[in-house]
Structure formats: C-alpha cells, structure tokens
Design a protein around this ligand. Sequence first.
Ligand code: NAP
Length: 333
Amino acid sequence: MRGAARLGVLLLLALSTCAASTRLHGDALGVLGPLAAAVLLVVLVARRRGARARSTRFKGQVVWITGGGSGIGRALARRFAREGALVAISGRRADKLHAVHAELSAAGGRCCALPCDVTDEAQIIAAVRHLSRAHGRLDVVVANAGFCALGQVSELSAATWRRQLEVNLIGAAMTVRHALPWLEERGGRVVLMSSAAAFLGLPGGAAYGASKAALSLLGATLSVELRDQGVSCTTLHPGFVESEIDQVDNQGRFDARRVDRRPRGLMWTAEDAARPMIDAIYHRRRERAITGHARLAVALGRHLPGLGDRLLRAFGAHFSDDPHPELEERSDA
Ligand SMILES: NC(=O)c1ccc[n+]([C@@H]2O[C@H](COP(=O)([O-])OP(=O)(O)OC[C@H]3O[C@@H](n4cnc5c(N)ncnc54)[C@H](OP(=O)(O)O)[C@@H]3O)[C@@H](O)[C@H]2O)c1
C-alpha cells in the first residue's frame, strides 16, 4: 500500500511537471519530454520494487528438491536460496550434493544435503523425517529426480521400462505422498518435473515419454485432490535444458564419456529455465511449459496431434536409440 502511494505521488509530480512545461513551451514537445521521463521513472521504480519483492518470496520457507545436485534441480536450488528459502537437496551422489551445499552456503544461502534414492521408499521417509525434525516445516517439494531411458519399443527390455517408471513416476509419487502431511499444515506447494516429451511420440523416447505423460496426469489429479487442503500442484514441462540428462545411461547412471547430442540451438541454460519455473511455482500455476519449442510441442500434442506426428516425421526428429556409438556396451538390460 505504501509503495502504491509512493507511485501515485510520483505520477502526480510527473503530471504537474508536464503542465508547468506546457505553459512554458506551449507546444507538444514541452509535454512529451517530461511525460516520457516520468513514465520511465515510474517503470524503473516498479521494476525495482518487483525485484525486491521477488527476492523474498520464499523467505523462511523450507523447500525440498529431489535431483538437486545437478542440472535443473541445482538451478532451482540456487534460485530458491536467493529468494530466501532453506533448500534441502537430494540425490544419490553425495559429492554432487556437497558441492551445491558448499556453493550455496558460501553465497550466504541456507542449504542442507540429504542423500536419498527416490526408488527406495524407506530413504524418502527418512529424508522427510529428517527435514521435519530439523526444521519443523516443509513448504515446497519439487519432485525433480529423473532420467531418460532411450530405445525403440521393439528393443526396450522390461527391466528398463521398470527402472524408468520406478524413478520418474513412482519415485515422484512417493516423494509427494510422504511430504504431503507436512505440506498440508501450511498450504504448501507440490511441483512435478514432467517434460514436453509427454506430449509428442518422439521415436526412441517411448519409455521416457510414457513416464512423463503419466507424471503429468498425476499432477492434474493432485491439483484436484489437494485443493481442499490448500496445497497447489504445479506441473512443469521443460523442453531442451542444459543438464547431465543426456550423459546418463539406461541404467540411470551418469557416464562422463557420453556426449550430449541434443540440439544446442534449442537449448536453454538451466538458470534461464529456473526463472519462469519458480514464478509458476510461486503463483501456484497448474502447469507451465518452459522454452518456446516446449510450448509448441504441448500445443501440438494437445490440439493437433496428427500434425505433430507429420512434423516429427518430416524433420526426422527422434530420441536417438543408439546415441553413443563411442561407447562399447549398450546398456539396455
Ligand atoms: N534437461 C532437459 O532438457 C529436461 C527436459 C524435460 C524434462 N527434464 C526433467 O528434469 C528433471 C531433471 O533432469 P535434468 O535435466 O536436470 O538432468 P540431470 O542433470 O541428470 O538431473 C537429474 C537429477 O536426478 C537425480 N536422480 C536420478 N535418479 C535418481 C534417483 N533414483 N534418486 C534420486 N535422485 C535421482 C540425479 O542425481 P543422482 O544421479 O546423484 O541421483 C540428478 O541430480 C528430470 O526429471 C528430467 O526428466 C529435463
């Protein structure tokens, strides 16, 4: 309210300057100059106020991000910490978590590293218990942990299908399930990291796309189920974003020898992707596609799937089912 009053005073000042200047010069230039300066001033003040408000949006809140040691999860951790949250990051590789922990702490952020494999429900329960004991609250859970199994349907083994769904779908569902009692106490936020791949049938990406399509439906269901408890669910659909995802094999293991073959021209940095993500989370948006090509994929998949198929065929778009010939073994077992 005080800010609005200040803006009002600024506007009044600008208008009276305009009036004085018109009397002095008696022509249009006399009005336009001060008016433009006044509008610029008001815009600058409003932007500064917006930036200041953004920097404290999650102040005092506890945010848990699975898969927070790299890629999108790490970028979200940085941004949540900058916005005042205490950020708990999980994953299987402790060294990755400790590196993010050290970075955020050095920057003055509050962070805790919680190793946790989302395919092990007991580890999820232990992580939530630790968070609730140590901090007494949980405001946001970001079910972000995931990987991308590649291969044509004719080649994918049952073990690979199971692994893909265990991590991307059931891992996320269990993360949310055990976090929910705490989120309900404060009208918290659930975030699911789905993908634009949930909307188009990219050859070579059936297991990944199916896991993300199911995750998106989980998000839609949670949005309805949790409404009465005051908990929101935001499902995010990123397109290509810089991360380690293309260096992870079908076993779900990071392999530094693998080369990221995704189209560089379409790729967003994880930091750029995290900004609209966190806005959508803050405003409790039901869903949000991140990157222009992701928005196109979602629109085509929803409204013009036949055209989507034709475009995929015309451009030969696919998740390569043999993307790393430099490696000896195919790891689809
Ligand atoms: N980057 C993109 O272009 C893109 C596009 C659409 C959707 N997404 C989604 O975004 C999410 C994050 O991926 P990213 O792109 O940032 O790739 P990333 O850098 O490989 O991050 C994935 C994270 O998930 C963690 N993880 C994997 N399996 C896990 C498990 N069983 N338990 C706990 N943590 C596990 C990994 O850590 P550990 O290996 O240490 O466990 C890693 O930190 C994924 O769900 C992905 O599907 C990414």
